[in-house]
Design a protein around this ligand. Structure first.
Ligand SMILES: [Zn+2]
Length: 489
């Protein structure tokens, strides 16, 4: 046998071995999430969806708008919302104790009969983002009129996050009226400034910590049931198990200014441009690990055979999975810390040389990285360019990653699956929520709103024509009611 035949035989042997390993791993592949078939779920109670929708429409009319500049906020609107909650949900208010902290944050405690059980914490914030100036007339119904039309509640906050706040109270009211008394304590935390500062949520976490609360789990807004998930092309209930950190870096190139008719060879702007490019051209490597990768692994059994084989054999197909996932910016964002240069400042006039040209670079830090890693990478990238690097404000580090095998996960995943009749998968949230401050009081913090939206539908959140269907309002009330009863009994 010649050397060519021997080489061919060796290559063939290798293919057979690799093929065998791939086949075995595919056949024995297990999702990273726990089996939830043993969870005993509380049955659904009747929901008056139209009444809940009417209540949500009323809540939308309070202009609890968080502005970048706090001086523009109208505190009286929060007071009105609080009074409305008390008037609209009397049984819930009788069953729970209510505390107002840090100005307008709310902490409700529905004391369980068994103090040895770790409480559950359910969250929904009161504030909403402003309507972008100039877009008011693009709304089908004015953003703060709370109009019900075409089978939906229209207005700013109808999803984010008064949708959750109101349906949580609808659920609690129904249960309190029915005489439900939880064994496990249920705590509702409602921050008043989630969209800007998160002062309310931080104060709530500190208060609960001072009382020795260690929650079984925390549930806040985040992901939803996506009706057209890009991987499966069908509905998937996504429960985020972590959220990315948030940091903004300023890059400043000091300069002396002067008249642009006699410029030096380099100005602050050219130095700054080099520095920004150096930072942007040194991206964090993408890795097929963490909650983003776990999502794909969980969906593999529901996906095409190609995805299934690849997800079961990351030892071989990791680079392929990364390149496929990274084809869209949203997919890439799940696999690494992102770098987004957003704002630039040069001189105030076309014929004036800049003093202190400045760029702002926004980072979303993936679990596993830290703000210190971000700073170190930026410093390495700019090398000896004469620029200064500084944080705009103290960075928010990424959250811990919550378990996908804990009792809390099992309860949420079983219920989300039962309500949506869709596969459930963990996910990474690339936006921020109040629940990122709950690390001190819980290991497992989940982010999920129990409503069904298409990828396209999600654009109304923080955008024009925010609205929620009455069918979704009904789903949310039912989910929270069953959750309180399942977790609380
Ligand atoms: Zn929100």
């Amino acid at each position: 046998m010649g050397w060519k035949s021997k080489t061919a035989l060796t290559a063939l042997g290798l293919v057979v071995v690799v093929g065998g390993v791939v086949a075995i791993r595919t056949a024995t592949f297990k999702s990273p999430t726990a089996d939830t078939s043993g969870v005993k779920l509380a049955p659904a109670r009747t929901v008056d969806a139209n009444r809940a929708a009417e209540h949500l429409a009323q809540a939308v009319r309070f202009q609890t708008v968080s502005h970048q500049d706090q001086a523009d906020d109208q505190p009286a609107e929060w007071d009105k919302l609080h009074a409305w909650l008390q008037a609209t949900y009397p049984a819930a208010h009788k069953a729970m104790t209510r505390e107002v902290i840090a100005g307008h944050a709310l902490v409700y405690t529905w004391k369980g009969t068994d103090p040895s059980l770790a409480p559950v914490v359910l969250m929904a914030h009161q504030d909403v983002v402003p309507v972008t100036p100039g877009t008011e007339r693009d709304w089908k119904h004015p953003p703060f009129d709370g109009v019900i039309a075409d089978g939906a509640v229209w207005g700013r906050g109808s999803i984010d996050d008064k949708g959750s706040l109101v349906t949580l109270f609808e659920a609690a009211e129904g249960l309190a009226q029915a005489g439900f008394a939880p064994r496990r304590t249920i705590i509702i935390v409602s921050g008043h400034d989630e969209e800007v500062r998160g002062v309310g949520a931080r104060a709530a976490a500190a208060l609960l910590k001072s009382r020795g609360v260690k929650a079984q789990f925390v549930l806040d807004e985040g992901m939803v049931v996506v009706s057209d998930h890009p991987v499966t092309k069908s509905p998937v209930a996504l429960i985020a198990t972590a959220e990315k950190g948030y940091a903004t870096l300023t890059v400043t190139a000091p300069d002396v200014g002067g008249h642009s008719s006699a410029p030096p060879p380099r100005t602050g702007v050219t130095t700054l441009a080099k520095a920004v490019l150096a930072i942007a051209d040194n991206p964090f490597p993408m890795k097929f690990e963490g909650p983003g990768a776990d999502m794909l692994k969980s969906l593999a059994p529901h996906s095409s055979p190609v995805v299934k084989v690849a997800a079961a054999n990351t030892w071989l197909f990791s680079p392929l999975l990364v390149s496929q996932t990274a084809k869209t910016p949203a997919g890439a964002a799940m696999l690494h810390t992102t770098i987004a240069p957003t704002m630039l400042k040069g001189s105030p006039k076309e014929n004036v040389l800049p003093q202190d040209a400045e760029a702002w670079i926004n980072y979303r830090i993936a679990p596993g990285d830290t703000s210190a890693d971000v700073m170190a990478r930026a410093k390495r990238a700019v090398g000896d360019l004469p620029v200064k690097l500084a944080w705009v404000k103290a960075p928010d580090e990424p959250s811990k990653v919550a378990s996908t095998t804990s009792e809390g996960w099992k309860t949420l995943a079983a219920l989300a699956g039962d309500e949506s009749k869709a596969p459930v998968a963990p996910a990474l949230m690339t936006a921020a929520s109040d629940s990122r401050y709950m690390g001190p009081i819980a290991d497992d913090v989940y982010k999920f709103q129990p409503l069904v939206l298409s990828v396209d539908d999600t654009k109304v959140i923080h955008g024009t024509n925010e609205h929620v269907s009455i069918a979704n309002v009904e789903r949310m009330v039912r989910f929270y009611q069953r959750l309180m009863e399942t977790a609380g009994r």
